[in-house]
Design a protein around this ligand. Structure first.
Ligand SMILES: *[C@@H]1O[C@H](CO)[C@@H](O)[C@H](O)[C@H]1NC(C)=O
Ligand SMILES: *[C@@H]1O[C@H](CO)[C@@H](O)[C@H](O)[C@H]1NC(C)=O
Length: 407
């Protein structure tokens, strides 16, 4: 009996030790986040073990865990009809509110996040989110089920989103769904925010599409991979659930590169001061210049004197604005639609979003930056039963309200 008690106690301590991580004070519902994070860390470790044993790719392991979980989430807003079809060969799901209306409807094209590798747009939280947008806005919502890493890499994810967008924006397609061509937005979260920003830039410049997006909504978007030591990367490198090393791994997987480079790129070895290739790009992500002092706090830029020039040579996509929309030229930004950018204080990607907001503004684009002091990465997908946070619910309500007002 005593032995059993002892073992139970030891196990409980071990579990608590695994779950507990110190979190910033302002974060909403810290214990819930710790449990969520511990679960996610557990799944990532399982993926790593299966991968090293040669059983399955780590990303496939993580994704099947996510899909199993998301399948348990009950379908909400069941009155919204869903139709799975192809847009120019790309899988999409179209959600529409029931009934025909006299007036044309508004529309949102949604691109889901998950590091260009994870998540299922038609299940669970993303399905709930799209249904909520369709219901609250009485709008047609198209979610893009683009193919992901490790099966495909950049630029396939980007190309599929562009193709789906160009197809949807054709006047005859919009007419088929009774959508007002003047009132279409593009929206995405995290890696989906990256793709939404890139698609918005592309459609803005594209002379072959007469219909343009009216708005872009970017939810904690990832926008660059040249500086893994922005103030927010330094401040939040160990804040769940998007640790700095995990974000760096997603980038390397997206660009089809060696994951061992993580150790170099999180030290900015790929963008050391000996790399002349970069002189033009640097000013586009100079956060000491683009961000206000209160955001930067005491953090200082970190660029080693010498680094590994081979990384940029082997991965030219690091300098490609289709992969890293923050690197676009001012003329391109100028053609982009009015923007809403959601950022969270406790997110490594906070400064990606804030720098983009500033650069768009400098290029003459109207921007609303909605910043959540208690926000953490991923909160918008944690707004639905059984896994929800108050900040997630608020963030979803607020961005949909902004769309309702401006779309
Ligand atoms: C669209 O037209 C402008 C001006 O005619 C030109 O500068 C630009 O390169 C064109 N864009 C594309 C994507 O072809
Ligand atoms: C970034 O901006 C600061 C402040 O304007 C400036 O002193 C610095 O030289 C800039 N750095 C780069 C690499 O452009």
């Amino acid at each position: 009996m005593k032995l059993l008690c002892g073992i139970t106690l030891l196990l409980a301590v071990a579990v608590a030790y695994y779950i507990y991580i110190p979190l910033p004070r302002a974060i909403s519902e810290p214990w819930k986040l710790m449990v969520l994070d511990a679960t996610f860390r557990g799944v990532v470790s399982m993926g790593d073990v299966a991968h090293s044993l040669g059983l399955s790719h780590r990303v496939h392991v993580i994704n099947s865990a996510i899909i199993n979980f998301e399948s348990l989430v009950p379908v909400t807003n069941q009155e919204i009809q869903a139709e799975d079809i192809l847009f120019d060969g790309v899988h999409v799901r179209v959600y529409h509110p029931p009934g025909r209306k006299e007036k044309l409807r508004r529309a949102v094209m949604f691109i889901h996040g998950g590091g260009w590798a994870l998540c299922a747009p038609k299940l669970g939280s993303y399905d709930s989110l799209c249904r909520q947008m369709a219901a609250d806005l009485d709008a047609v919502v198209v979610t893009v089920d683009y193919r992901m890493a490790p099966d495909v890499h950049f630029p396939v994810q980007y190309d599929e989103c562009v193709r789906a967008a160009k197809h949807f924006l054709r006047p005859e397609v919009l007419a088929q769904y009774s959508v007002d061509p003047e009132r279409v937005a593009v929206c995405g979260d995290s890696a989906g925010g990256n793709l939404a920003a890139a698609v918005a830039q592309r459609i803005g410049m594209d002379n072959s599409t007469s219909v343009k997006f009216k708005l872009q909504v970017l939810i904690y978007p990832v926008l660059q991979a040249l500086d893994f030591n922005t103030a927010s990367y330094q401040q939040n490198q160990n804040v769940p659930i998007l640790y700095r090393t995990l974000m760096a791994r997603f980038w390397l997987e997206y660009l089809d590169s060696d994951l061992d480079l993580v150790h170099s790129i999180i030290k900015n070895k790929h963008t050391a001061q000996d790399q002349s290739l970069l002189s033009l790009s640097r000013s586009k992500l100079n956060w000491t210049n683009l961000l206000p002092k209160r955001v930067i706090k005491h953090y200082k830029p970190i660029f080693p004197l010498t680094g590994s020039p081979k990384i940029l040579k082997d991965l030219p996509a690091l300098l490609d604005a289709r992969a890293a929309p923050l690197l676009a030229e001012d003329e391109v930004l100028h053609m982009a639609p009015r923007a809403y950018i959601l950022t969270g204080e406790h997110d490594v990607l906070r400064d990606d979003g804030m720098m983009y907001a500033r650069r768009l503004e400098l290029a003459g684009v109207s921007v609303t930056n909605d910043h959540y002091e208690d926000g953490f990465h991923g909160c918008v997908t944690f707004a639905f039963w059984p896994c929800y946070f108050s900040v997630g619910i608020r963030a979803v309500q607020n961005y949909i309200a902004w769309l309702d007002e401006h779309l």
